[in-house]
Design a protein around this ligand. Structure first.
Ligand SMILES: *[C@@H]1O[C@H](CO)[C@@H](O)[C@H](O)[C@H]1NC(C)=O
Length: 473
């Protein structure tokens, strides 16, 4: 049997022994490979003490070399026979160490964690095989709403190189019902904000071991039939992951240009306030601008030869700041649309003023339809819903203040209080008359809430060490 070594880096503050059952399960499942596992203890149980960044990770590298020596494993070339894995913060260090030292390992496994989102060390561009694995009920940084970004890279790679190759080199798995702490049984990592696992320890370890062993077998010189079995395991797990993550990709698409988006076109139809029988009289097209040039875009309208009115609306996806970004959803979708009055004037019919709020309700409906059924049931049973409040006006109806303002999304013990920033200019306004601006809840953000944060008990139990939240997990 081929001999392989797996070096496993623990998460922040987790004593190494909590990874023993996990690693035993992986060893047992990895048939056809003689797998040695070492779990080095970290100074102060924080790998980042020895590995601050890609360029300052030499100390961890030396520690790892030392434990490899002590393990008695006699490898030939780490590029072929040594895998690195890590959980949570440990996966951050694993990525730093691997990418900071020329990728000279056989592969990387990130549990409840991930490699870089972009660039050379992204899933798309990682030069060695990389497995990304997280729990459906991870409430921290490795939540499904974030892993969906990596899943999207996996899919693109599969489209270019074939699904099987993608499943060997860049699998991204979300394990149904697992939380962040299922990777280190007995230690609750994120006392702060994690969700609760819905799997027994045995089931959780089996799921983790299945994916890990398939990855190790596919990237080691195992027998053809072993690889075949491992690949079908990968396909099976991928089906489960797709069920959980495809909704996010569909929701992200609503924010962007494409067949489904952008959302501002849908929003214009809502705030037009047309009677149902008149709905066909308004045609909407949109321009998607970067947030930085959103202010300079302006709506247009034109009567078509057939009597319909064509509205051109301006759309921008407002991102979370980097430090607040925990998932792929936008902070808000910002739209410049025609006011209902303008549409009434142009079409010579009656319209009704409609608040941006109605579009937010629609965003929730759309997200609910995208959600996997079990997740929707879970949310409806124990989640905190949405409280749609009246639109918030902009002081003096001043446009730049609209651009600078934000959608209100405030967590309470009851719900997520959502209020759009809304601005309507009358047909007689001096500047940009007859417009309706909204900062809207993104359907992706609604989905994110229902899949993750809305399931957490609130207020949060903010006991525990901040360091635990560093990953930030
Ligand atoms: C991968 O690398 C290419 C070439 O440098 C780059 O254009 C692309 O954006 C990278 N992919 C990601 C996901 O960052």
């Amino acid at each position: 049997m081929p001999e392989r070594l797996l070096v496993f880096l623990p998460g922040a503050l987790v004593p190494t022994e909590h990874y023993r059952p996990t690693m035993h399960a992986v060893q047992k499942a990895t048939t056809g490979v003689r797998l040695t596992v070492v779990i080095p203890a970290m100074t102060d149980k924080l790998c980042t003490h020895q590995c601050l960044s890609k360029s300052r990770c030499g100390q961890l590298r030396r520690t790892v070399d030392k434990v490899i020596k002590q393990s008695g494993f006699r490898g030939v070339n780490p590029k072929d026979d040594t895998f690195i894995a890590g959980h949570s913060l440990g996966s951050v260090c694993a990525n730093y160490m691997v990418s900071g030292h020329g990728y000279e390992f056989a592969g990387l496994m990130a549990y409840g964690g991930y490699v870089d989102e972009t660039g050379e060390s992204s899933v798309a561009n990682y030069s060695i095989p990389v497995l990304t694995m997280g729990g459906e009920l991870d409430g921290g940084a490795a939540r499904p709403g974030r892993l969906s970004l990596y899943y999207s890279q996996f899919k693109s790679y599969g489209a270019a190189h074939g699904d099987a190759t993608a499943l060997v080199r860049k699998p991204v798995h979300v394990l149904p019902g697992l939380d962040h702490s299922d990777f280190c049984p007995g230690f609750f990592v994120t006392a702060i904000k994690d969700l609760k696992s819905e799997q027994s320890q045995e089931e959780a370890l089996e799921a983790i071991a299945r994916g890990s062993s398939a990855f190790l077998q596919l990237n080691s010189p195992t027998a053809a039939e072993t690889k075949e079995r491992a690949l079908s395991t990968m396909y099976e797990m991928q089906t489960l992951t797709a069920e959980l993550l495809e909704p996010y990709l569909a929701a992200f698409a609503l924010e962007q240009h494409g067949a489904a988006g952008p959302w501002c076109e849908t929003a214009q139809q809502v705030v037009a306030g047309l009677r149902p029988e008149d709905a066909g009289k308004l045609v909407v097209r949109s321009e998607l601008l970067a947030m930085s040039s959103f202010w300079h875009g302006h709506t247009e309208y034109a009567k078509l030869a057939d009597g319909r009115l064509e509205a051109t609306v301006i759309s921008a996806v407002e991102p979370f700041t980097e430090s607040h970004k925990r998932h792929g959803a936008a902070k808000s979708i910002d739209c410049k649309m025609l006011a209902a009055d303008r549409i009434a004037e142009q079409l010579s019919l009656n319209t009704q003023a409609v608040q941006c709020r109605e579009v937010n309700k629609l965003a929730v409906d759309v997200a609910r339809k995208l959600m996997p059924r079990h997740a929707l049931e879970r949310f409806d049973t124990k989640g905190r819903g949405f409280c749609h409040e009246h639109d918030i006006g902009v002081l003096g109806d001043i446009g730049p203040l609209f651009v600078a303002g934000s959608l209100k999304a405030k967590e309470t013990s009851e719900c997520l209080e959502v209020a759009s920033l809304g601005l309507t200019t009358s047909l007689k306004s001096w500047i940009y008359p007859g417009n309706h601006y909204c900062k809207l809840l993104s359907p992706a953000m609604a989905l994110e809430w229902m899949m993750t944060d809305g399931l957490k008990p609130f207020p949060y139990d903010l006991q525990g060490d901040d360091a635990v939240d560093t990953m930030a997990v």
